[in-house]
Design a binder for this molecule. Sequence first.
Ligand SMILES: [Zn+2]
Length: 168
Amino acid sequence: MRDTLVLNASFEPLSTVTLNRAVVLVLQDKAVVEQSHPELRMRGAAVDIPAPRVIRLCRYVRVPFRRQAPWSRRGVLVRDRHRCAYCGRRATTVDHVVPRSQGGQDTWLNTVASCAQDNHRKANRTPEEAGMPLLRLPFEPSPADAMLLSLGNEDFGALPEWLAQPAA
Ligand SMILES: [Zn+2]
């Protein structure tokens, strides 16, 4: 199921909606299409338009609170660009810095991308206990990155700059 990224009139990422909802917003002149799926079209009785990938609201909407990026294994791999936090090689697994057996949680700050070998070698130990220092510290993705993650987009660099930047 594909979702469409919704930007505020100020170009700030707001949320995602279903494709159908996005098309309705565009047809009602509540939003304009900023980017569409190249080979996907929405066809209906009175409509045949490219499926919107990113839409922008015509009117500015006030956002009362900042949305947190939901944690996910895939998100951790994307955040770390599929590089192992211990050796820098290609990572396919997610390691808990403080192991779950020691109370470590599924959070952005306690998880890093790891190659299968290092994940296995570190086992149920902290980096200190295992003598495996982190090459870089885990961080919380920006809300804008979180929106892209929820869109399933893994290549932040291919998107326009305003999409790859954290919301102000
Ligand atoms: Zn590794």
